[in-house]
Design a protein around this ligand. Structure first.
Ligand code: CU
Length: 127
């Protein structure tokens, strides 16, 4: 019994030391409300690994629509996006994480595919 506990503890310490060495992606949070992105402008550094955390606190479904930005980026979990890989659909109360490394520096269009007509637009800069 004590032996098992010790072995278990040793495994946990091994697992922790292994994973602590891996660099964490830089987290960027974008909240979606009815009908805005908060913030509405996001800046990424070229070549850096990110966790883009999208949270919908509105009552309507919102999309983080950025086809050119996503096409230029290296996506770790493209299954989070729609089939065309142009946007991330986030239901009310839901959140999604996209792990990505942005592509070429420049300015990219950001909008909500459903509510851009209502001013739910923003921008993405990669430096
Ligand atoms: Cu929307």
């Amino acid at each position: 019994m004590i032996g098992n506990t010790l072995r278990c503890g040793a495994l946990i310490i091994l697992a922790m030391s292994c994973c602590a060495a891996a660099p964490e992606p830089v987290r960027i949070d974008v909240t979606m409300i009815d009908y805005r992105f908060l913030p509405d402008h996001v800046t990424f550094e070229h070549g850096v690994h990110y966790r883009l955390h999208l949270e919908n606190r509105g009552k309507e479904t919102h999309e983080f629509t950025a086809p050119v930005f996503f096409a230029a980026a290296k996506l770790d979990n493209p299954e989070t996006l729609n089939r065309e890989r142009s946007e991330v659909v986030v239901q009310p109360g839901e959140s999604k994480d996209v792990f990505l490394t942005p592509g070429a520096p420049g300015s990219y269009d950001l909008r909500c595919g459903d509510h851009d007509w209502d001013g739910m637009v923003g921008g993405i800069t990669v430096r």
